[in-house]
Design a protein around this ligand. Structure first.
Ligand SMILES: [Zn+2]
Length: 100
């Protein structure tokens, strides 16, 4: 099994089915019933956040409303590009990875 992973790592980069960027096999997550589909770790985290949002919408509660506010704040930051600013960008990206 380790040998197969090493061989695939040496192969040419594979495209993420979500963002289209090139990655090594070790950097992709495969779907269970469709192993031909691989998404990069970054897109996998994005999909996880999207899934949490859908779950929260299906089962509203005070906790889901708080998470909705965090998600709304994240959208504002992304739309305005604050996460790419030189000084405030790094802490915002750090915070964004840790918030729901
Ligand atoms: Zn991706």
């Amino acid at each position: 099994m380790t040998t197969a992973a090493t061989e695939s790592d040496a192969a040419e980069p594979l495209a993420c089915w979500c963002c289209g960027s090139a990655y090594r096999e070790a950097e992709l997550v495969r779907l269970g019933n469709h192993p031909e589909v691989g998404v990069c770790l970054r897109c996998a985290h994005f999909l996880h956040q999207q899934a949490r949002g859908r779950e929260d919408a299906l089962h509203p509660s005070p906790a889901t409303r708080v998470r909705d506010q965090f998600r709304a704040g994240r959208r504002v930051v992304m739309q305005r590009g604050w996460h790419q600013k030189p000084v405030i960008g790094r802490p915002l990206r750090w915070l964004g990875r840790r918030l729901p």
